[in-house]
Design a protein around this ligand. Structure first.
Ligand SMILES: [Zn+2]
Length: 282
């Protein structure tokens, strides 16, 4: 099963990003398409697919790449802090996988531009370059590139059961895999072991990579792993988690199937926790 937000089918055409004349030509051509957005959220057409319009007069189009021969662009929407809505989660469940992946790419880039309008080195304004895949400082000339922040997400396994946690803001009944940002100076394996120990007091080893997915809120790379727990005694960090439970394969299968008697409400299909649980329970 393919993780959510992957499979956009996009030819990113990196070799064109510095060719401003060619990008301008592509943007003014009849084939060019501009992603329709409401704030950062996608505007779907009547078939539930991503909405596109002809190119409008926008100042800073972001060149996403080509799909089926057509050059695709996204507008650089300005988003003020606190303006983000989360209603998009209801849309994502019914969006085509390739559309969610393409929109996620645009959303991550737009968020990054919004958060990097000023240079972190000298404080001067930065300007978009490389077709939207970078910003250059107008003061010191430093080049800034879109960030991707690695996050580990993992299932610790102990005698046929896996550890799931619940954060206070989750919907009622929802449990999911534990997760946390990889810190400077850490490998994926070390981050998995540290997070399991910090959040649940679980000593784990034998970390195995399963799959990855980009997560566009705002720009993480989720790295899904399994690990072997030395024991099943939980010592909860209540600042991170409200509860943690061990669940066997039958319980995980029931949750993924949405059965009413399941021991927990599973993570949504587009989250890699879903993919990870499905991989483990299969
Ligand atoms: Zn600077």
């Amino acid at each position: 099963m393919r993780p959510g937000f992957t499979g956009s089918g996009l030819d990113r055409a990196d070799h064109l990003r510095l060719d401003e004349a060619r990008l301008a030509e592509l943007a003014s051509g009849l084939e060019a398409r501009l992603l329709r957005l409401a704030g950062l959220d996608p505007e779907l057409d009547e078939d539930g697919r991503l909405g596109w319009s002809g190119m409008a007069e926008i100042e800073e189009p972001i060149f996403l790449g080509f799909r089926e021969g057509a050059p695709l662009f996204a507008p650089l929407v300005r988003v003020e802090p606190g303006q983000r809505a989360w209603s998009v989660f209801a849309l994502l469940d019914r969006m085509a996988a390739e559309d969610a992946a393409l929109w996620g790419t645009a959303r991550s880039l737009i968020e990054w531009h919004n958060r990097h309008r000023f240079c972190g080195a000298c404080g001067a304004s930065t300007l978009l370059f490389r077709g939207g895949w970078g910003r250059r400082c107008g003061g010191c000339g430093l080049e800034h590139f879109p960030r991707v922040d690695p996050v580990v997400i993992m299932l610790a396994e102990h005698e046929g059961r896996v550890l799931l946690g619940r954060q206070p803001q989750y919907p009622a009944g929802r449990y999911s895999a534990l997760a946390g940002f990889v810190e400077p100076g850490e490998s994926i394996e070390e981050a998995v072991a540290r997070e399991l120990y910090e959040e649940a007091g679980i000593a784990a080893s034998d970390v195995r990579y399963v799959a990855s997915q980009p997560w566009p809120f705002p720009g993480q790379l989720m790295i899904a792993c399994t690990a072997t727990a030395a024991g099943d005694g939980i010592r909860l960090d209540t600042k991170e988690l409200e509860d943690a439970i061990w669940v066997g394969r039958d319980g995980v299968r029931a949750a993924l199937a949405g059965e009413p008697g399941a021991p927990f409400l599973g993570p949504p299909r587009f989250a890699i926790a879903h993919t990870l649980l499905r991989h483990w329970a299969s």
